[in-house]
Design a protein around this ligand. Structure first.
Ligand SMILES: Nc1ncnc2c1ncn2[C@@H]1O[C@H](COP(=O)(O)OP(=O)(O)O)[C@@H](O)[C@H]1O
Ligand SMILES: O=C(CO)[C@@H](O)[C@H](O)COP(=O)(O)O
Length: 617
């Protein structure tokens, strides 16, 4: 499909004519510390991308014994990664940017993002070590062990729990019960309890490693960990990322003492945990201060370079795009996430609401799946052939929708979870069913053999996009057809924007349009897979150059480049196909209910507060 440059923010130029003029020669950086990579990029004042580099953990740091960026302990469902590796990655990504020709002296500000929910446990020496780094030595040699000859380093615990961790069912049950039920927890914090959320994770850490917990002086999220390294002291947790912890009351704008009590173990221990977590500033755009002297000495950053709050990878991603309330973003990274920006606060145990990273009064709606990119790779590698995306795509596109070779054939539906899933809360496994919706009062669901099948390539994509459609219906509304305004189209997003590694794949884009629809089509940010780091770099430009009180949307809208940052990569709504997938949504709901029921009967994983198909929506 031809590129169609579009600029949905162009109109903002007229609404906000007072935008500051771009600073000539100024550069800004954005980072994305995600599961498998650290990416860094540089934009100029006009938001134009000028440099980018990345470190791939599996390729660059085999010595840490990681696979796909993480270490695992399957017997307890644990997934974690060493912050020491991320420190090495910071030096390496900056070396790569220098080798690419970047003049660090022009960097006026930097911000970044970290995969959400993960915690880093700092020791009592961390603050002093961060504040006295020697630019002639690496970060890892000075922080991991505290430097040559020293016993203690900056970490009270050598590992950071990863968002894929599934070891905290017991703690999640307690979190959901503590305030009454899962809905109440969602009403207060934006989400019911989730394995990966920091509150249940901190609670488990305290009981599994009591001595390390005792020795933990400060707790950072992955985002504030990275900000701390650049700042040279422990940086505050960000106002959006804090809503991925199950510990923060969104309406109060404060830590929730009842939930802190649960994580800390007693009422008396609440003040100490609150101190470890630190104060959370209300603004996502006010500078934390200038960069650490380590970076001025080693790389030549100016001493005035400002460190802007680092946020979660998903909140940062929504800053890279002109997201209107009826638009959706689908991030096809290691995880799959579905993101919307909305003024409506409507929490539910089935999904997440978070504070918007820059704009008070807006919230981020999110669905998150562990089984995104890695699950698709597993099916790709099971198919006959050369384990390439080309073969996968050929198989997906030569299979008819829902494997219905004739319209009256049953639909083929599956769940493909190499890792335990979040929604629905199921253990790892693959389940395949045939589904006949012909009789609405008596649809039939028949199990199929759980062995690899040539149709799996199409079926896994259908299953992933159907799950997004099933859970996001409440956020979209019917709208008039753009070609025939007297005709109303069924509820669906206005546009879907694809980002993340999988957004390069045309088969994924096509299937996304067929299943999710979208009035104007499927779009892709034409800057590779770095939307998250780009959002952070935009935030840095806004934070440093905005006029007092100038909002993010107006500022960025005023500088947004008309010249083709977006590409329309697939059709959206197709009459007939969309409705057929509407029947399949009900089939998927049935498959999930069936598998969840079997798991409960078979003993499953204990009490499952998450074992609802779509919650109470
Ligand atoms: N052409 C492609 N088709 C489908 N998936 C792809 C393609 N290229 C990369 N990917 C997927 O992108 C994932 C990495 O996405 P990325 O957004 O870079 O990672 P992260 O989530 O770690 O930030 C890989 O797991 C891989 O499955
Ligand atoms: O857990 C979530 C969101 O709740 C994940 O989206 C992580 O934030 C990591 O994502 P990747 O960018 O590594 O896929």
């Amino acid at each position: 499909m031809d590129s169609i440059p579009v600029n949905p923010w162009a109109f903002l130029k007229y609404l906000f004519p007072g935008n500051e003029a771009p600073k000539k020669g100024a550069l800004y950086m954005g980072f994305d510390l995600s599961t498998q990579q650290l990416k860094g990029l540089v934009v100029d004042s006009d938001l134009k991308l000028v440099y980018e580099a990345k470190v791939d953990f599996d390729e660059d740091f085999k010595k840490y014994g990681i696979e796909k960026g993480v270490l695992t302990n399957p017997s307890e469902g644990e997934v974690f990664a060493p912050p020491a590796m991320w420190l090495e990655a910071v030096d390496l990504v900056l070396d790569r940017l220098r080798n690419a020709g970047l003049d660090f002296s022009k960097i006026k500000g930097l911000s970044g993002a970290g995969m959400q929910h993960g915690t880093v446990f700092w020791s009592a020496d961390a603050e002093s070590l961060l504040g006295h780094l020697d630019g002639r030595k690496t970060l890892v040699e000075q922080l991991e062990s505290g430097g040559k000859g020293k016993k203690r380093g900056a970490f009270a615990h050598p590992m950071s729990p990863n968002w894929q961790d599934a070891s905290t069912q017991k703690q999640c049950d307690e979190f959901d019960d503590h305030l009454g039920d899962a809905q109440t927890l969602a009403d207060i914090t934006g989400s019911k309890a989730h394995h990966r959320f920091s509150g249940p994770q901190i609670m488990r850490y305290r009981t599994k490693y009591p001595t390390h917990y005792e020795q933990t002086d400060r707790i950072s999220l992955v985002s504030s960990f990275l900000a701390s390294v650049f700042l040279g002291k422990i940086a505050p947790i960000d106002i959006s990322d804090v809503t991925g912890m199950n510990l923060w009351s969104v309406s109060e704008g404060a830590w929730d003492d009842d939930l802190l009590e649960l994580a800390a173990g007693s009422t008396a221990a609440v003040p100490e945990l609150k101190r470890k977590l630190g104060h959370v500033p209300e603004s996502g755009g006010d500078s934390f201060g200038p960069i650490s002297s380590y970076f001025t000495t080693r790389y030549g950053f100016p001493a005035s370079c400002q460190i802007i709050p680092f946020t979660g990878d998903n909140p940062s991603t929504i800053l890279a795009l002109p997201l209107r309330p009826s638009d959706a973003m689908v991030s096809l990274g290691t995880s799959t996430t579905f993101l919307m920006s909305t003024p409506t606060w409507k929490p539910d145990p089935a999904y997440h609401f978070m504070n918007h990273p820059t704009t008070p009064g807006l919230y981020m709606f999110m669905l998150c799946y562990k089984n995104g990119g890695l699950a698709r790779e597993q099916i790709r590698d099971q198919l006959p052939g050369n384990k390439s995306w080309d073969s996968f795509n050929a198989a997906a596109l030569s299979t008819p929708p829902l494997s219905q070779r004739r319209l009256k054939d049953p639909m083929r539906l599956g769940l493909y979870f190499p890792r335990p899933e979040i929604v629905p809360n199921l253990p790892s496994g693959q389940w395949r069913y045939s589904y006949s919706p012909q009789s609405p009062t008596n649809p039939t669901l028949t199990p199929l053999p759980s062995t690899p099948h040539p149709d799996d390539a199409r079926n896994i994509l259908e299953s992933q996009f159907l799950s997004l459609r099933l859970r996001s219906t409440a956020l979209v509304a019917p709208s008039p057809s753009p070609t025939n305004p007297s005709k109303m189209l069924p509820a669906q997003p206005r546009r879907v924007y694809l980002v993340g590694g999988g957004s390069a794949n045309p088969a994924l884009a096509q299937l996304c349009g067929e299943v999710l629809g979208s009035v104007e089509g499927i779009y892709k940010l034409d800057i590779g897979s770095n939307a998250c780091a780009l959002g952070s770099a935009y935030k840095a430009v806004w934070a440093v150059e905005r006029k007092q009180g100038e909002g993010f949307e107006g500022f960025i809208g005023g500088r947004w480049d008309e010249g083709g940052l977006l590409r329309r990569v697939a059709e959206g709504y197709r009459e007939g196909v969309f409705e057929r997938y509407g029947d399949a949504v009900e089939g998927l709901r049935g498959v999930e209910e069936r598998v969840l029921g079997e798991q409960r009967e078979g003993g499953g994983r204990g009490k499952r507060t998450g074992a609802t198909v779509i919650g109470s929506a």
